[in-house]
Design a protein around this ligand. Structure first.
Ligand SMILES: [Zn+2]
Length: 390
């Protein structure tokens, strides 16, 4: 019987504050990665950095295989300079998917090659004194806002002279508030709260000297907001992975259906181990290749409790991956969907879960990247799904 380990909440909130106050829009994650590395070093947890700068840390288990993984992402939403405008302001594009509505009025920092500059994001028609009622009838798009830097700049040349460039990354102020009643409010709790929780859990394991049943990797990813997530750093031997990330509370008909479905099938719902980390829903009609192999299940009770949301608000990859992993595990859901291969999904499930799942996936087509990832397995039929990942 697993005994819950005490969590040092003082540590969790402290590290959360430090994470929140370290700007890390996707593409500018070096500082926050260094912070996480320092925390791991302090706890004596070995880690490695991937070539791109994500962190893979290792908590040793009694057994070394199959592995488990916890994932959280250190990158956040942000913006990037798209154009140096003739009026001395800058047009932006979002990093990740978020509305310019929430950028209006935000204080921010432009991370130029020559150092940071402070500024404000404002609508093109910001002043009621000047534009009267037009301030309330402006469309909401990123073309309708601009970044005004805290410096005397009248034109494009002034911006260039101060070192601003197209492509400069803009971090939005997090405005963290830790309230007396326990509420924590900030931009970028997605997913810095998840990172803090993961570090807190690791500290609990280390402090208690707890023996984990199998190796557990702590993955700190750096490009979740733009869609890669854990796909690029997942170990080959990971059989179970739990993503700690932001959950949203806006129900949609589709989500409600999925929720009902999960309630119904909770008892025996397997995780689709090794399911495709490349599945990209951003591409309409994109294929969702089935798992390259099936790994042994670990006892359900030992899994970290996780109430995964069904849809990432930023359209990021990892949670989609989890969601589709579930959908694939219940192929009946796909039967009526446009594009579902005829004959790939029997109308009625076979008896027993395993029997029900076997041979009921759509044939998949891997792109060249995925073929490389899955060890060069070229097959596109059902047989490839049980093939070795190499
Ligand atoms: Zn997130």
């Amino acid at each position: 019987m697993a005994v819950p380990l005490p969590i040092d909440m003082g540590y969790v909130t402290d590290v959360l504050y430090r994470l929140l106050t370290t700007p890390s829009p996707t593409g500018h994650t070096g500082d926050v990665v260094r912070l996480c590395c320092a925390e791991l070093e302090r706890m004596g947890i070995p880690y490695e950095l991937t070539r791109r700068g994500a962190i893979r840390a290792d908590l040793k288990g009694v057994r070394s295989t199959p592995d488990r993984a916890l994932v959280a992402h250190v990158d956040t939403l942000g913006a990037q300079v798209k154009m140096l405008k003739d009026n001395g302001r800058m047009e932006l594009v979002p990093i990740g998917h978020w509305s310019s509505r929430f950028a209006e009025g935000a204080r921010c920092t432009v991370l130029t090659d020559r150092g940071p500059w402070r500024g404000t994001i404002l609508p093109l028609k910001a002043s009621g004194h000047t534009f009267n009622k037009e301030v309330d009838s402006q469309p909401v798009t990123w073309q309708q806002v601009e970044l005004r830097v805290d410096a005397t700049v009248a034109n494009r040349r002034d911006l260039e002279e101060r070192g601003f460039n197209i492509g400069d990354i803009v971090s939005i102020d997090p405005q963290p508030e830790f309230l007396e009643n326990g509420y924590i409010v900030s931009r970028h709790l997605d997913d810095k709260a998840g990172v803090a929780v993961m570090l807190g859990a690791a500290k609990a394991v280390v402090d208690a000297g707890a023996a984990l049943p199998v190796d557990c990797h702590l993955l700190f990813t750096i490009s979740e907001e733009v869609g890669s997530g854990a796909s690029s750093i997942l170990h080959q031997d990971v059989a179970e992975m739990v993503t700690i990330d932001n959950g949203t509370t806006a129900p949609r008909p589709e989500q409600q259906r999925v929720r009902r479905h999960h309630r119904h099938g909770r008892q025996h719902r397997p995780l689709r181990h090794g399911a495709d980390p490349f599945a990209d829903r951003a591409v309409p009609g994109a294929e969702h290749p089935a798992p390259a192999r099936r790994l042994p299940l670990l006892p359900l009770r030992q899994r970290v409790r996780h109430r995964g949301r069904q849809r990432h608000p930023h359209g990021a990859g990892l949670l989609r991956h989890r969601r589709f992993a579930r959908l694939r595990a219940h192929p009946r859901r796909r039967a009526g969907k446009p594009g579902a291969a005829a004959g790939a999904v029997p109308a009625k499930p076979a008896q027993g879960l395993r029997a029900g799942l076997r041979g009921r996936y759509r044939p998949v087509r891997l792109n060249s990247l995925q073929r490389g990832r899955y060890g060069g397995r070229r097959g596109t039929g059902p047989s490839s799904r049980t093939g070795s990942a190499g």
